[in-house]
Design a protein around this ligand. Structure first.
Ligand SMILES: [Zn+2]
Length: 275
């Protein structure tokens, strides 16, 4: 073997070694890249998931109280509500106008201009009772469904009440917990009704028939855009619990409130109390 030939095996060994080295270097680099890609993918799927939740109107804030295992009651702890859509809750005449015991109409004597008679086909109501057209139309649809279920008409004891009327009932007999001052009542929106009887929560729900109707309303009314305004009590909604009082709020929002199990007052005040 001459001098030149003696180097050949050495060169071959070096070549083999160097190709092994480059193979492993490239492999580890591409693995890092894979990890990066999969990290990005999982991040974007989280973003997509959040967007999806937002679009469907679900809560973004994780609700830890729904997790399995022992539940710890945290008393009056409150958490913020993430509202997913913006509705005009401020303008007199908006379908979404929020009025409560501390939130009157901008013009106290506001009256709706599109009031409609209540159709007596599936509804029992005193003559002259009115709602705004959109509320009335949806109430008729609800009452039809109610009639199909119970074979009886949907009974309404109150609907639109104007400023003067509200002032009269307030002056005569109604307490602050139960009735709003004139200019502060949801009935003045022309979108609220009282069904069957307006008394106290206990009296209303101790009536087996009313209770049955209320249970039906709880799971069906939102499909027609109706929402039970006062279901969490004085400290949250500004009034005592009123299972008979329902307010038209458009189907999407009524559904959102139903799914979140919150009241319109909580939605507008951006807070919810664990109860
Ligand atoms: Zn009412």
């Amino acid at each position: 073997m001459n001098k030149k030939n003696r180097f050949i095996p050495l060169i071959i060994v070096m070549l083999i070694l160097s190709s092994f080295l480059s193979y492993f270097t490239i492999r580890s680099y591409s693995q890092k890249e894979d990890n990066l890609i999969s990290e990005n993918q999982s991040h974007s799927s989280v973003v997509e998931q959040e967007t999806e939740i937002t679009a469907s109107g679900e809560w973004i804030t994780p609700d830890t109280s729904k997790s399995d295992g022992p539940k710890v009651e945290s008393g009056t702890e409150e958490k913020a509500i993430q509202n997913t859509k913006t509705y005009d809750t401020e303008t007199d005449g908006s379908i979404f106008q929020y009025v409560s015991s501390n939130k009157p109409f901008n013009v106290l004597t506001y009256h709706p201009t599109d009031l409609d008679d209540i159709d007596p086909l599936y509804i029992r109501a005193k003559e002259g009772m009115k709602l705004r057209k959109e509320g009335a139309d949806n109430l008729h649809a609800l009452a039809k469904d109610f009639y199909t279920t119970f074979k009886t008409k949907f009974n309404i004891v109150s609907a639109y009440r104007d400023f003067a009327y509200q002032q009269r009932i307030k002056d005569r007999w109604c307490s602050d917990n139960l009735c709003a001052k004139a200019g502060y009542s949801e009935h003045q929106t022309g979108l609220a009704i009282d069904m069957f009887d307006a008394s106290t929560q206990k009296e209303f729900l101790s009536n087996a028939q009313y209770k049955k109707y209320f249970e039906w309303m709880k799971v069906n009314a939102y499909k027609y855009g109706f929402h039970n305004s006062y279901q969490k009590g004085l400290d949250i909604d500004g009034y005592d619990i009123e299972p008979w009082h329902w307010r038209y709020l458009w189907k999407d929002l009524a559904k959102e409130l139903y799914e979140k199990n919150i009241t319109f007052a909580q939605y507008c005040n951006n807070r919810v109390s664990k109860r």
